[in-house]
Design a protein around this ligand. Structure first.
Ligand SMILES: [Zn+2]
Length: 724
């Protein structure tokens, strides 16, 4: 070997080993409460360890399971994943480990990112088809763990149900996670629609160590399609998986050349001090990361709303104008016309008999009275109207957008039609145009979408999603519409939800300041994907005081209370105390009154006006910014229940106290949280007028004693730090 060659070999070796030395395969990402050690193994990436400051670390034993094959022209081709260090990226805020499969030619990006200096980290998997042929890929989970745990370590899980339809008797579940534990929670946009369907969860779960720190981790999914969260324990192994729902299997999704599959974004964070400790980090994080900055900029958010559904479908111009006058007199912020204003389902033009001058004049009248204006609409539903502009299920152009062929004798219900599949590009384009027209023509400040926006399964073989399995599908009717079940259901929802998000993202760009209410038949679309695309949620479809408080109790574990709307509807209120109790049961988050306020007595009217003024002056700021504590068991309507807000910045808070129906429980003590033991606090009982000064340590141990003589009544106790 000549010297020259020797030198060249030496240089090559230096380059080779030099590259290997800088090819970083380990990285750490951290916020103030979550730190992850990430590792790129040669054939798969993994989270190696999770740390929360001051608590024992969590060690993960599994690496992420990457899809093992793709199908090309009906043939399965095994993937052989290899770490690509050159394409990978590492910074303080983001780690992307890239894996390539040469044949089938795919690139997988495994990404973690911090979005704030505090709170959880976000994670997503992207799989890109680099081949020049169409492929089908199987299920890729968003995230999976196998935590090593001490077999003796007691663990417990917390998860919360959606308030879909009516909140159940449980709602907030705290369960021990022992050996042999297996649990799966699911979420779609159809919670509690079908018989024998398990209740859906808000796609999130928390695991806590039963020790002094009450520390652990939580994880959630930022997607509204068919998804699942699974948790199981076998001795020293705690396994968790989050992502699209693989059931019914087999899931498959199409990737055209150049297209990418994006797993639903998940977030993962650590906490201490139990579920409220987790919530007081997660809620502000959701506001900062997923919330709409335009919305939060408005100091009047969350709004007080007067909604027309108190009179059902009867609304017309005269009723609307009377409601606007009364709304202004009561001091509410927005007038909201619910269902009943349109010509027909799918025909979203004002009914000329009810609104001969259209909706624009109603909006202008609301604006003149200092109110915002919003309407209800069900913009993915087709009906049978033949008027120009209507979405007619029999129209040959539209027929194929339905999830199945609709029988000749089908008729829509008064405000429910047949959902179209907006995962179809032409259907999406129509819907986007229609939503934009509605917002513009009717001068809207707020658009509420209701009904079943996302297709539930689909029968069509020529849509972008996977074709149905003819041997494993069922078509059935519920609430006047047709639904399809089969192995393609998750892929159908994957496409339709992404279309919905794209439409709403565009609307936000072209209509800054516009508010979106997420309704979907009351509480069935409460998830972190809609939190990123809408401004507030109808959290349940049952509006009595107990259902409102239950839905709020459950949902407020994970979402900012300002986003949680309670509709307050007519309820028996023989005494003014009961009237206040009814209103306040919907005043812990976003308040929408759904009563005929003109039917109120003079006393009730005056009382409502005072309560709305109190909400705007004292409560709204706390609902926006304060920490929230669940200071009682979940409401049962029989015993007492309560929610505490405490804002450590303003050094102010409030306790909402509700008394149930039991005769012999006239007093109750609420142990408070978040206060300084050594500080002095002034308590002001709003209704009784009493005041008391007590130490933090008293409030944190013995609590605040509240006395109420009337069953189904309430009190608001304002808390103010007066000295140290
Ligand atoms: Zn379809």
């Amino acid at each position: 070997m000549s010297d020259k060659i020797r030198l060249s070999v030496l240089v090559s070796l230096i380059v080779l080993f030099g590259c290997a030395a800088i090819a970083q395969t380990k990285a750490r990402l951290r916020t103030s409460d979550t730190e992850l050690a990430l590792e790129a193994l040669p054939e798969a990436p993994r989270v190696a360890q999770f740390d929360f400051p001051g608590q024992p670390a969590w060690q993960n034993r599994a690496s992420e399971a990457l899809i093992p094959f793709a199908e090309i022209s009906g043939e399965k081709a095994a993937c052989s994943w290899k770490f690509n260090s050159e394409a990978s990226r590492i910074s303080d805020q983001q780690v992307v480990f890239v894996y390539d499969s040469a044949s089938p030619h795919l690139r997988l990006s495994w990404e973690w990112r911090t979005r704030q200096s505090y709170g959880p980290l976000e994670h997503q998997v992207r799989i890109e088809n680099l081949d020049n042929r169409e492929m089908w890929i199987p299920m890729q989970d968003s995230l999976a763990f196998d935590w090593q745990v001490d077999p003796k370590q007691a663990l417990q899980q917390l998860f919360v149900e959606k308030g879909a339809n009516t909140p159940s008797n449980a709602g907030t579940h705290q369960v021990p996670v022992g050996d042999g534990f297996h649990w799966t929670g699911t979420s779609s946009t159809y919670g509690d629609l079908f018989e024998n369907q398990p209740r859906e969860i808000i796609p999130w779960t928390l695991v806590e160590r039963n020790d002094a720190g009450h520390s652990g981790w939580y994880a959630g999914i930022e997607f509204s399609g068919r998804i699942r969260v699974a948790l199981s324990r076998e001795k020293d192994s705690l396994q968790a998986a989050l992502g699209l729902n693989p059931d019914p299997s087999p899931f498959r999704t199409r990737l055209k050349p150049g297209e990418s599959f994006e797993s639903p974004v998940v977030f993962f964070g650590g906490f201490r001090d139990g579920p409220d400790g987790a919530g007081n980090v997660l809620r502000p994080w959701v506001r900062a990361v997923l919330g709409n900055p335009e919305t939060w900029k408005d100091p009047n958010y969350p709004l007080v709303v007067n909604n027309s559904w108190g009179g059902g479908m009867q609304v017309n111009e005269e009723i609307a104008e009377r409601m606007i006058r009364d709304s202004a007199e009561l001091g509410v912020d927005m007038f909201h016309i619910d269902a009943g204003w349109f010509r027909d389902v799918g025909d979203w033009y004002p009914n000329p008999e009810k609104f001969p001058r259209g909706l624009g004049v109603i909006a202008d009248d609301a604006h003149k009275h200092g109110l915002k204006f919003g309407i209800w609409v069900d913009w993915t539903q087709a009906g049978l109207s033949t008027q120009p502009g209507a979405l007619n299920a029999r129209d040959p152009k539209v027929r194929n957008w339905m999830v199945t062929d609709i029988p000749q004798d089908w008729k829509p219900e008064p405000f429910k039609g047949q959902t179209i599949d907006i995962g179809v590009p032409e259907a999406k384009e129509w819907a986007e145009h229609e939503v934009n027209r509605i917002i513009t023509d009717y001068h809207l400040d707020m658009l509420e979408h209701d009904g079943y926006l996302v297709a539930h399964g689909c029968d069509r073989a020529d849509h972008p999603h996977a074709a149905p399995d003819p041997l494993n599908k069922c078509v059935y009717k519920s609430s006047g519409a047709y639904f399809v079940d089969g192995p393609n259901a998750t892929d159908v929802s994957y496409h339709a939800v992404r279309a919905y998000y794209e439409i709403y993202s565009k609307m936000r760009q072209s209509h800054p300041g516009l508010l979106f209410e997420v309704c979907n038949d009351g509480g069935r679309m409460v998830d972190f994907g809609t939190a990123a695309h809408g401004d507030y949620f109808s959290i349940t479809d049952t509006y009595d005081p107990l259902s409102n408080r239950r839905a709020f109790y459950d949902t407020s574990h994970v979402l900012p209370p300002a986003m949680l709307e309670s509709y307050v509807e007519k309820w028996p209120v023989p005494r003014i105390e009961n009237f206040r109790y009814m209103l306040r049961s919907g005043m812990m988050g976003w308040l929408t009154i759904m009563l005929d306020t003109n039917a109120w007595s003079a006393e009730q009217h005056a009382e409502a006006k005072k309560e709305i003024a109190l909400y705007k002056k004292e409560l709204r700021g706390l609902i926006r910014d304060a920490n929230l504590y669940h200071v009682s068991p979940r409401p049962d309507g029989v015993h007492w229940d309560g929610i505490e807000y405490w804002d450590p910045e303003r050094k102010r808070g409030v306790l909402y106290a509700f008394r149930g129906t039991v005769e012999n429980e006239k007093t109750h003590s609420f142990v408070l949280h978040g206060l300084q033991p050594a500080a002095q606090y002034l308590l002001k009982f709003h209704d009784s007028g009493a005041t008391r000064t007590v130490t933090g340590s008293q409030l944190l141990s013995g609590g605040v004693n509240v006395a109420l003589n009337v069953p189904n009544s309430s009190e608001l106790i304002f808390i103010e730090e007066v000295s140290k």
